[in-house]
Design a protein around this ligand. Structure first.
Ligand code: NI
Length: 129
């Protein structure tokens, strides 16, 4: 019984606020965890993104802090902290934040943030923090 404690591994929680405090640049998502082929990424964004779509995958936006608007060609959704939205695959979308918003993105490994488009907003993939 006594060595049960000494054999305990120190599992650590992943804290989104701690991860976000490690960087202050915007638009460059950082991977904090993987689940099977999916990645969980934190990112800070402010201003307008580019219209794009992901032909092969849905994309999940979870707002951790701030407010996010996601425009689609036939409407839009506004998300506050504690809210999430799944953009269906093949749906054109354009995220927008009037003030900086902190997000958790969930999507398969290897997905480009700007879809088929290449722009100044195209970010490095698979960057871990
Ligand atoms: Ni997208």
């Amino acid at each position: 019984m006594s060595d049960t404690l000494t054999n305990q591994k120190a599992y650590r929680a992943i804290n989104f606020a701690e991860k976000l405090a490690l960087f202050d640049d915007q638009w460059q998502a950082r991977v904090v965890a993987e689940m099977n082929d999916y990645q969980f990424k934190v990112v800070r964004i402010e201003g307008d993104f580019v219209w794009h779509q992901h032909a092969d995958t849905d994309e999940t936006f979870i707002v951790l802090d701030g407010q996010l608007r996601i425009d689609m060609r036939d409407g839009f959704v506004t998300l506050s902290a504690g809210e999430m939205f799944v953009v269906p695959k093949g749906t054109e979308h354009k995220p927008f934040a009037e003030r900086e918003v902190k997000l958790l993105l969930v999507e398969p490994r290897g997905v480009r943030n700007t879809g088929e488009e290449t722009s100044e907003r195209t970010a490095v993939n698979d960057l871990w923090i």
